[in-house]
Design a protein around this ligand. Structure first.
Ligand SMILES: C[S@@+](CC[C@H](N)C(=O)[O-])C[C@H]1O[C@@H](n2cnc3c(N)ncnc32)[C@H](O)[C@@H]1O
Length: 357
């Protein structure tokens, strides 16, 4: 790490990725990086000389720091509140028990035991149903691949975030009524190691392979569709025959255009989510792996992009203005007139801020 101590190195990485993020924000997402842009794609500036921050960048940095401090404070307050509540409930229980005759105490204990048994039976039933749904998804579910071949392009903490995002995808898939058939391909290297550490990972009801999707699905390349915010084609609906690939990257778009370039080189179709048809984003349209996965899952459930976007994309990423003017007339192609929709719904998913893009 250039001779830096680990803490300042981490800070520096954080800082430079923030800088990269700001740069990415100021460049239009509709323009993919040129295919021959070797600087951006193959050799991103890991340790660029740092010119002084502009006023707006300083403001953004301060805002981010304030948000992180608030988040940590909120987390600590919730933890403390939970502990206090637990102690209060234990105290109340002990007081109640000591105030009762022995016979009443036994009845109360018995009631508690039965309630616990019921809860456990309910949980076991839910687990059984979940296993059934996931088993069916393996036969018939929409295939969604997470491409895990980007370990070399991420820092340790980004790989850690990616592993968390994948855990989140698996949890969401287990809860939904229409789960997808999830594939983790290229599952090796540091991301493979981190996932192996997740309790129960070996029992996950998914497909996983250390080989790349291009090897594993070599007889179905015509069905592969790489999802990337840089694609020209806009996803209209999900085709059950298609296999959708999500780039397993946490990079704050430092590697802008990398998945588009990969798919183009492999001759694979690409598509982007129809975000611009339904809402205006306050920042870029590049979403995290788990957000994209969850949007697809919601769409499978509802067949409604708007609902899916509003339920998954945090309100902080959405502008409260009208839907973006889209020069490509996606709305006309898919028969919707979404231009004047206003984003008013609040998302319940803002608490996913802990999972960085
Ligand atoms: C954090 S993004 C990675 C961005 C990365 N620089 C790239 O070039 O793909 C994670 C993945 O989510 C998917 N993704 C994110 N936003 C998307 C969008 N608006 N449309 C389609 N896919 C998207 C892509 O597969 C992307 O690789």
């Amino acid at each position: 790490m250039n001779g830096r101590d680990p803490i300042s190195a981490t800070k520096h990485l954080h800082f430079s990725s923030f800088r990269a993020h700001i740069t990415a924000l100021s460049s239009p997402m509709a323009e993919p990086a040129p295919a021959n842009d070797q600087t951006t794609l193959q050799n991103p500036p890991k340790d660029p000389p740092i010119p002084p921050l502009s006023k707006s960048a300083q403001k953004k940095l301060l805002k981010q720091q304030r948000l992180e401090t608030k988040k940590a404070e909120r987390k600590a307050a919730i933890k403390e509140h939970k502990q206090r509540e637990l102690q209060r409930r234990r105290r109340e229980w002990a007081e109640k028990m000591s105030s009762l005759p022995e016979e009443e105490q036994s009845k109360l204990l018995e009631g508690r035991r039965l309630a616990r048994e019921e809860r456990m039976a309910q949980r076991a039933k839910e687990r059984g149903l979940k296993i059934e749904r996931l088993a069916r998804a393996r036969e018939l579910g929409q295939k969604i691949v997470v491409d895990l071949e980007f370990s070399d392009h991420m820092t340790g903490s980004e790989i850690h975030s990616l592993a968390q995002q994948i855990m989140y995808c698996y949890a969401v898939n287990g809860r939904t009524t229409s789960p997808a058939h999830l594939w983790l391909l290229g599952c090796k290297g540091e991301i493979g190691t981190q996932l192996q550490r997740v309790p129960g990972f070996d029992k996950w009801m998914i497909e996983k392979d250390d080989k790349s999707y291009i090897e594993v699905l070599q007889d179905q390349t015509e069905n592969l569709v790489y999802l990337t915010a840089d694609a020209e084609t806009v996803l209209d609906e999900l085709d059950p025959k298609s296999i959708y690939i999500i780039g397993g990257l946490v990079d704050r778009n430092r590697w802008k255009g990398i998945t588009m370039k990969k798919a183009n080189e492999q001759g694979i179709q690409t598509a982007r989510l129809p975000i611009g048809s339904f809402l205006k984003m306050s920042s870029s349209q590049v979403l995290t792996v788990n957000q994209v996965f969850e949007i697809l899952i919601k769409y499978l459930e509802t067949k409604d992009w708007k609902t899916s976007f509003f339920q998954v994309i945090p309100s902080r990423k959405r502008s409260d203005a009208e839907v973006e003017e889209d020069s490509e007339n996606e709305e006309q192609e898919d028969g919707h007139d979404q231009r004047k929709r206003i984003c008013v719904e609040e998302s319940s998913h803002d608490n996913k801020e802990s999972i960085p893009a």
